[in-house]
Design a protein around this ligand. Structure first.
Ligand SMILES: NC(=O)c1ccc[n+]([C@@H]2O[C@H](COP(=O)([O-])OP(=O)(O)OC[C@H]3O[C@@H](n4cnc5c(N)ncnc54)[C@H](O)[C@@H]3O)[C@@H](O)[C@H]2O)c1
Length: 214
């Protein structure tokens, strides 16, 4: 992991921050991208004695130009791209099909699903240049099963599963691996409205994204 270059979206808090710090402890070079620039800067500041390098920038994963800038930053700053953790996501309102507004649907799907696709669209060409790479898309248990509430989240996470499997098939012979993690119940901003257990002790416990990427 020493010197490997990784981009992490949603690295300003929660699972993304824990993952960024885990990579930094392994002396990787980490680009933290988040719509919340202040939070991303806090992540960079809190890794300070870990030995790794980190940089951050403000990125809205629903915006193609922002996602391109994230990948360009990694390449310009650290010389290429080895790993990506496409993690930025929203749960959205915990309501059913009829009560979900168009605005909420569009925001959740644009962030969770289109955002992950945009990230892969710009990350994969850089990995192909190196002939290798690994991508973890942050899925969810909601990408595996249905739920009567949070339907935009459920639909978008199912979409991530299909997108990831398709990319894995397409690039398996070109040195690039993709997978998505079926996390659930991590205690973070994203689940603060949930009734699930506060069981997350950071992604470094139990083989989170860093161990999926190697
Ligand atoms: N916490 C859990 O139990 C759990 C379970 C399953 C899946 N997940 C997934 O893990 C990921 C991270 O969730 P978390 O629990 O750490 O939540 P979190 O709210 O702590 O982190 C999400 C991060 O994404 C960022 N973000 C949101 N919209 C963005 C955008 N458009 N562009 C860039 N950044 C954006 C936020 O600013 C935040 O820093 C999400 O994809 C979530 O669906 C979490």
């Amino acid at each position: 992991m020493i010197g490997k270059v990784v981009v992490i979206t949603g690295g300003a808090s929660g699972i993304g921050r824990a993952t960024a710090l885990a990579f930094a402890r392994r002396r990787a070079r980490v680009v933290i991208a988040d719509i919340d620039l202040a939070g991303a800067r806090e992540t960079v500041a809190s890794k300070k004695d870990s030995g790794g390098e980190a940089d951050c920038l403000q990125v809205d994963v629903t915006e193609s130009a922002d996602v391109r800038s994230m990948v360009t930053r990694a390449v310009d700053q650290y010389g290429g791209l080895d790993f990506a953790f496409n993690n930025a996501g929203l749960v959205g309102p915990l309501v059913g099909v009829v009560d979900t507004t168009e605005e909420d649907w569009n925001q959740v799907v644009a962030t969770n699903l289109s955002g992950v696709w945009l990230c892969m669209k710009y990350e994969i060409p850089q990995m192909l240049k190196r002939g290798r790479g690994a991508i973890v898309n942050n899925g969810s248990v909601t990408g595996l099963v249905g739920s009567p509430v949070g339907v935009a989240n459920v639909a978008s996470k199912h979409g991530i599963s299909g997108l990831t499997k398709s990319a894995a098939l397409q690039y398996a012979t070109q040195g690039i691996r993709e997978c998505c993690g079926p996390w659930g119940g991590a205690h973070s901003h994203g689940c603060s409205t949930h009734s699930g257990p506060p069981c997350c002790r950071g992604c470094d416990v139990g083989g989170g994204p860093p161990s999926l990427l190697v």
